[in-house]
Each structure stands twice: as structure tokens, then as C-alpha cells.
Ligand binder design. Structure first.
Ligand code: ZN
Length: 361
């Protein structure tokens, strides 16, 4: 290979040298570009400053003159050592990049989550995670830092969904929010809202155990909407108006039933946003005057983009212990049906996120 090496002041030569070995724990990178830094110029004019002096060897790296310069580098991995165990989270969404097609309009705009040709690994594409192995492309991975466990890595997906909703809802710092439903996505929304500096947060949840987690995650008020003594009163709406003056800036409906949808509209301030996160089994009814006369906005979101996943990773890095509380069961792959699905359904209130353990870390 060719390399520009520093021999001493005013002496840089482009030499033919043999390529370095790629050891079992190494990655070989084919360099694309490398910048010339002010430091490099300094070395050329007055060095060696950082490089070893003639006849000396760096005590730790073993480097001696001549050294290959260039420390602002980008390139492509072309060889992976046999022992490299790079831990990743898998992004399940597929789009034109996976099919060898030209990117659609939405993908060109960076909105891959609403690609018309989308498919999901683990739902309608090969490569699901309840299995020993999956083969994915380079587009599908997010590198996990060493201190992010694989269990936390598996939580990035729901957190990225929540991140996407909060981002596209236009949440500003200090915005007061209501979350209707403290299931996995509702609780993930709560974590993201707290992390991104929301104002007051009210969570509406009927299940005691989930309500308890919402409290631990920092909700200002957690309300059981069915606990009203006067059945004609929506106590979530009353609480929103008590705690937030004119109501919530944003109400996230993470339940998807008529009652929570009605509450979402009623608890939002004039000009506020009702954001639907739930997938609905049937159409709901709405009186559009409830939006029009107070200029409330009704919108929704689906999935996430890489940007949202990176945001979720920041959140996980910042508060691992809190995020880990979302994990309420870890079940071996062989027990997926009974210990995973059936248990979740039979004790719904006890579970937030149930993980299938394929290989213990
Ligand atoms: Zn597309």
C-alpha cells in the first residue's frame, strides 16, 4: 500500500509499504479521505512534536519514525477479524435500499418510516429476532457502545417510536403533556418527554402496576380515569385544566379507544395538538367542531427513522437504570409461547416489556 510518512522536519515521503495485519480483534478500513490538520502542518514545519524523536519508541504504541500521518479519517470496513463481536441493535424497517430500487419520494426526503414499499423484519420480511441468528444489511444496524447491554439494546426500538412521536408532535421544552395509556409506548413517551424537558406531565392509566411505573418515571400526576365518583366527569380533563391552565399543549393517545380519544381532544388547550400513537381496530367518531372552533390539531405518527433511534440511544445512555425498569420479564426462546405471549396476555397489568432471551449476555 501507499502511505505518506513523516520522517522529520520538512521530510514527508509517499512510500510503498506492506499493509498492516488485521488481527482477530481488528477491523481493516480502506481509507477514503483524511484531512490535513494544523497539527500536521506544525509537524512538517517544526516536528517531531507529537511523533517520537529519532531513535525513540513510543512507550505504549511502539511507534517510531517514520510514522504515517493523518488523524481526521473516514473509510470503509473491508475486513473483519475473526474475534470481532460488534454489538448492534437491528433496525427492522426495509425500503428501496434493500430491494435494489431507486428511493421513493419519501425516502429521498429522509422520511423512510413512511416509505410506500416498506416491510419489517420480524413481521412481513425475513430476519425476525425470535431466532438464534438473522442476516441483515449494513443499513439495518446501530452500533451499541460497550456499556449499553443487549437487553437495553432491545428497548431502543420502542423508545425510538416514542422519540419519533415526540419529535414530530413538535414538542418544545416546557410543553405540558398528557399521555393516555401507560403501556410500553405510553411509558416510553413519558421517558422521552422527561428527557427532552417537557413541562408538567399527566398520565392516564387504569392498571395499578403500570400506573406505579409511570410514577417512578416521573409523571407529575397519574390518574385512573375510571376512578371518577361522578361518572359524567372526565377526571383526566379536569386534572389537565387544573394543572396546566388552559389544558395540555400536546395530548398523546397511546390507547386508541373512543374514550381516550375524546379525553385527548378535551384535555388539550386551544391551539394544542392531539397526537395519535395507537393503532386502531375500528374507526372512531369525532365532532370536527371540537378541533375547528379552538384550532386544535389532530395528527399521528408511525415508526421512526435512524435519527429517532440515535435520540433513543442518547436517552438510554443517560439513564440506564430507569429504562431497565421497563423490562418486566425475560423468557428463553424455547418458552416464547407460554412464558412470553400467554403470560403477557394472562397477566397484562404486570408487564411492560417482555424480552425473549436467545443468548444470555
Ligand atoms: Zn421509499
Amino acid at each position: 500500500m501507499r502511505a505518506a510518512r513523516f520522517y522529520g522536519k520538512g521530510d514527508i515521503r509517499v512510500d510503498e509499504i506492506s499493509p498492516p495485519d488485521c488481527g482477530p480483534n481488528d477491523l481493516r478500513v480502506q481509507i477514503g479521505y483524511a484531512g490535513i490538520c494544523g497539527t500536521d502542518i506544525h509537524e512538517y514545519l517544526a516536528g517531531p512534536i507529537f511523533p517520537p524523536k529519532p531513535g525513540e519508541t513510543h512507550p505504549y504504541s511502539g511507534a517510531e519514525l517514520p510514522v504515517i500521518l493523518g488523524h481526521e479519517v473516514a473509510g470503509t470496513i473491508i475486513e473483519v477479524g475473526s474475534e470481532v463481536k460488534t454489538r448492534v441493535a437491528i433496525i427492522p424497517a426495509m425500503d428501496e435500499r434493500h430491494y435494489g430500487l431507486e428511493p421513493c419520494n419519501m425516502c429521498q426526503r429522509g422520511r423512510r418510516n413512511i416509505c410506500k414499499r416498506t416491510a419489517y423484519r420480524g413481521l412481513n420480511a425475513p430476519g425476525g429476532g425470535f431466532a438464534n441468528e438473522a442476516v441483515v444489511t449494513e443499513h439495518d444496524i446501530l452500533l451499541l457502545l460497550d456499556d449499553i447491554s443487549l437487553q437495553l439494546g432491545a428497548l431502543l426500538e420502542p423508545l425510538a417510536v416514542a422519540w419519533h412521536m415526540v419529535r414530530t408532535a413538535g414538542m418544545q421544552q416546557g410543553d405540558n403533556c398528557v399521555i393516555l395509556g401507560a403501556g410500553p409506548i405510553g411509558l416510553a413517551l413519558l421517558l422521552v418527554l422527561k428527557f427532552r424537558g417537557a413541562g408538567k406531565i399527566i398520565v392516564s392509566e387504569v392498571t395499578a402496576s403500570r400506573a406505579e411505573i409511570a410514577k417512578q418515571f416521573g409523571a407529575d400526576q397519574v390518574i385512573n380515569p375510571l376512578a371518577a365518583t361522578n361518572t359524567s366527569e372526565d377526571i383526566v380533563v379536569s386534572a389537565a385544566h387544573d394543572l396546566m391552565d388552559d389544558g395540555a399543549d400536546i395530548a398523546f393517545d397511546a390507547s386508541g379507544i373512543q374514550a381516550t380519544f375524546d379525553t385527548a381532544i378535551a384535555c388539550t388547550r386551544p391551539g394544542g395538538t392531539i397526537f395519535n400513537v395507537a393503532i386502531h381496530e375500528k374507526p372512531l367518531s369525532i365532532h370536527l367542531n371540537d378541533l375547528t372552533t379552538l384550532e386544535k390539531k389532530l395528527t399521528g405518527g408511525i415508526c421512526y427513522t435512524r435519527e429517532d433511534l440515535e435520540g433513543a440511544l442518547e436517552l438510554v445512555k443517560a439513564d440506564k437504570t430507569k429504562v431497565e425498569k421497563m423490562i418486566t420479564a425475560v423468557t428463553p426462546l424455547e418458552e416464547t409461547v407460554k412464558g412470553g405471549f400467554v403470560e403477557f396476555l394472562e397477566n397484562k397489568g404486570m408487564h411492560v416489556k417482555s424480552l425473549i432471551e436467545v443468548k444470555r449476555e
